[in-house]
Design a protein around this ligand. Sequence first.
Ligand code: G1P
Ligand code: ZN
Length: 542
Amino acid sequence: MIEVVSTTPFTDQKPGTSGLRKKVKVFQQPDYAENLIQSVFDVLEGFAGKTLVIGGDGRFLNREVIQIALRMAAANGFGRVLVGQGGILSTPAASHVIRKYGAFGGLVLSASHNPGGPDEDFGIKYNIGNGGPAPEAVTEAIYARTLAIDAYRTLRAPDVDIDTPGTCELGGMTVEVIDPVADYADLMESLFDFAAIRAMLGAGFTMSFDAMSAVTGPYAKEIFEVRLGAPAGTVVNGTPLPDFGHHHPDPNLVHARALHERMMGPDAPDFGAASDGDGDRNLIIGKGQYVTPSDSLAVLAANARLAPGYAGGLAGIARSMPTSGAADRVAEGLGIPLYETPTGWKFFGNLLDAGMVTICGEESAGTGSDHVREKDGVWAVLLWLNVLAARKVGVAAIMADHWAQFGRNYYARHDYEGIASERADALMAALRASLPDLPGRATPAGAVSAADDFAYTDPTDGSVSARQGVRVLFADGSRAVFRLSGTGTQGATLRVYIERYEPAGGNLALDTGDALAPLIAAAEAVAAIREYTGMDRPSVIT
Ligand code: G1P
Ligand code: ZN
């Protein structure tokens, strides 16, 4: 039954910020997915007879790759696979299932917020037994293996029925098709005051959740409409589609524009939210009030005690380096530590495992806690609802209050997409080369006070991750950060993160664009963005 198939390496299987993401057409090449999956199994040790979790965000190619992965898991000696019904598991739900059932690890099939469909993106990520993305040492070993692989193991067997819950046998391995929603919804119910949220919704509080035709639809319907009693229709775009209905399932102000417009309009509900392709990101908009992800992290951390799951307080907070310092002020106020990590959720895993932090977040619309080892979109929405139910005021009032207490971190991210890779690399190389000369240099935002390339030493295991983004700092605490995206599948994307802090009592109601204008000009000048990219403005501002 087991077949050992000879193969030759692909040279482009280096995992990025979050697993391997490529165009569907690349994944459709014979042996491409097989090589990667075998390379994952080859670097793992001790999984014989153990459990593997497999699920994905339902995008185009999901079902095919799940069948490949099932056969290969059996041929490689796993004892059991838990697979979400229909091949569906949101990324946070996969993380929870891995943890709840003590699985050895999991394969999460997703390209997150990237578009789906035959001409769009697909991705494969391996998560370890703590439920989180494999750390860098593992992803590097996987990549090294992809360059040397000469065979993979599979079975000659028909497809498994992944649409009917229940158990079947595949080459000596048990395949269990599980309800993708139930375990996750139960976890949410254990963390939040569902009775208070239900009462708030029953008393006329209105909300809209845009699932962007991606994976969170079934989760959101079960949790918001069924368990919390929100009216049918609260969840929009609630059916996962292989091409996300041509949406770009990234919950930001560009791709979730319809929701944003509604929330700024006269008939806005009290609360609006959205999640991304695989359910780990979140967008929060109150009636007439957008909340930046960095601010959302800070507000959730400051108010987490209002939710039963966090009533004991937080051990600490972690944020990625480009995320604004708003959470730092909250940590200071709470008297708890704040950790600054490189971009990517994989860096939070060790801190969470060690009990050093409870809540983590990234400026890229990712927030989460120690309940799983991934960021979690629906979780963030529920924590907001719990806070709103407890404080009995609206989102705008909560923000005004927060800034009055902690000051405000004006913040924006400018993305320059589709740059030729050589040009983007040249820009970063020149910027790095200029680091020693930057301090003292005059810019439209004043003189640069310091500049460096961020490096991180993991406090739990001492591992070092260098070259994680160039930081240009100004005397008043303002900064511009530059890095290249590690999740794209075409060309390069330059991300420029711009931040200015305004203390409590200062100018807290400025327009963000106005507040940041001198810094934006400084960032463009320091990195010679126009010269290198030929672009005179970013393609996306979030
Ligand atoms: C982006 C975000 C990063 C996030 C990652 C996965 O990575 O910036 O915060 O962890 O997606 O969702 P990037 O494309 O910047 O490498
Ligand atoms: Zn995602």
